[in-house]
Write a protein that binds this ligand. Structure first.
Ligand SMILES: Cc1ncc(COP(=O)(O)O)c(C=O)c1O
Length: 454
């Protein structure tokens, strides 16, 4: 044991008894002790290896232990670990140049922070202050962050415990583009993308809307891939109403969906784009809010009412430059698209064998397996209320069965999120899928019994 290190049981006990754990009841938390990680694998304190089938929290897109990124952190720590946001630094210039080469056209003004939440807080503030309008349109199945403004535009159940306690007014929720559970009960393409058209009417009637915020592919809440017309139509509608479009690419950015950014899959140019996670491969915490020059210009002679001590922190910026080079060197964006096609085809095969699988969907190396109690009624096993009440979730039991086989996969409400590092090998993909195939027996056993045979 290295000097100063606790034995594993002490580590677990100390963390469990002295730390908060996020988004759950605090009781009953018994964390695995993770000690090491390389490529698509991490190890616990007993030497057990786990295939990381969800890139931790859909974040370690480059895999673990990328030498170029680690080196960039070390070099920057030696040269200049910190400078106040009012200074220019070489790392800041290098990253700004690198971003211009990968972000969608027209997004060329940058504000740096240290999380996706903060990236969205900045975007929402910029949109509201720039337009002088208070309202934001968001969607029900969405997550945009944990702090006041970003949780207020979050549609999912995580908003409920703090609603009215630490939220800000002004959010209007629009329906989702979720064909498996169409909020209008319609079917594509005869629906004429009613979920997008609804926004036209919503903006017409609401007034005072500064921006609409969307995850191009809804992430945690089910990897909801929109139909091809949806985002381009939202762009037309928002433009027609002079409403800004914010693309929240915290999860969909950095090759995850087989393009640098989700909006690239549909050629859509938002007014603001937020991202974090994969921007550094999650090795250091960096958030980015990118805007058009037109928005930036509005603050040329007007006070910009935002900032953090850690804005443009050099230690967060230098590894992002290295990460962007690594995405390019390893051609990970194209690989994600190729492997994603394979992943989705394999998931469809697996789904056909399991009565508990209601739907599978995905784009690039980003996929979900949605579990249902009953395929006909499409009733999910669990929902947000179950999560808030701390009830055991069927999807979590499936994930636990995978973990026993050495595969880590994020379970959320009634689905599993499959999002391995973009460097994952075909063998690893197959191994994870085989573990999933076997683990789905747990959900199959919980499926509602069919009508008795005559
Ligand atoms: C789409 C989206 N937006 C915002 C966030 C918040 O990012 P962070 O957890 O880095 O604050 C997340 C986190 O998962 C996310 O998926």
């Amino acid at each position: 044991m290295p000097e100063g290190a606790d034995d594993p049981d002490t580590t677990r006990a100390l963390v469990r008894t002295t730390n908060y754990v996020t988004w759950r009841r605090q009781g009953g938390w018994d964390p695995m002790v993770v000690v090491r990680a390389k490529d698509s694998t991490f190890w616990d304190d007993r030497g057990n290896a786990y295939l990381d089938f969800s890139s931790q929290l859909m974040a370690t897109n480059l895999g673990h232990g990328n030498e170029a990124v680690v080196e960039a952190i070390v070099r920057q720590a030696r040269a200049l670990p910190y400078a106040a946001p009012g200074f220019a630094t070489p790392a800041r210039a290098d990253l700004s140049r690198a971003l211009l080469g990968v972000l969608p056209k027209g997004l060329d003004r940058f504000f740096y922070s240290t999380s996706g939440t903060e990236a969205n807080e900045a975007a929402l503030k910029i949109a509201r202050v720039a337009t002088g309008r208070p309202k934001i349109v968001s969607r029900h199945r969405s997550y945009h962050g944990a702090t006041a403004a970003s949780i207020s535009v979050t549609g999912d159940f995580r908003r409920r415990p703090v609603e009215g306690l630490q939220t800000v007014p002004g959010t209007v929720f629009a329906p989702d583009c979720y064909c498996y559970r169409c909020p209008f009960g319609l079917t594509y393409p005869s629906c004429h993308v009613a979920c997008a058209e609804y926004v036209d009417d919503l903006l017409e009637c609401e007034g005072n809307v500064a921006a609409m915020i969307v995850e191009p592919v809804v992430g945690t809440n089910g990897v909801l891939v929109p139909v091809p017309e949806y985002l381009p139509r939202l762009r037309e509608i928002t433009r027609r109403h002079d409403v800004l479009l914010i693309a929240d690419e915290v999860m969909t950015g950095w090759g995850r969906v087989g393009a640098w950014f989700g909006v690239d899959r549909w050629g859509v140019q938002p007014d603001l784009l937020t991202t974090a996670k994969g921007i550094t491969g999650a090795y250091v915490p960096l958030g980015l809010t990118a805007t058009t020059a037109a928005l930036h210009d509005l603050f040329r002679d007007r006070y910009f009412p935002h900032g953090h001590t850690y804005e443009a922190h050099p230690l967060t910026l230098a590894p992002a430059v290295a990460a962007i080079s690594e995405y390019r060197r390893l051609d990970l964006v194209a690989k994600s698209r190729r492997d994603g096609d394979y992943l989705l085809a394999r998931l469809r095969e697996i789904a056909a064998r399991h009565p508990s699988v209601g739907d599978v969907r995905g784009l690039g190396l980003f996929a979900a397996v949605e579990l249902v109690r009953d395929r006909t009624s499409r009733t999910p096993f669990n929902d947000g209320e179950d999560k808030l009440a701390g009830r055991p979730l069927v999807a979590e039991r499936v994930a636990a069965a995978m973990l026993k086989e050495g595969v880590y996969c994020v379970a959320w409400l009634s689905h599993l999120v499959i999002a391995p590092p973009l460097i994952v090998t075909r063998d690893e993909l197959d191994r994870g899928l085989e573990a999933l195939d076997r683990a789905l027996a747990v959900a199959d056993d919980a499926v509602a019994p069919g009508p008795p045979s005559a």
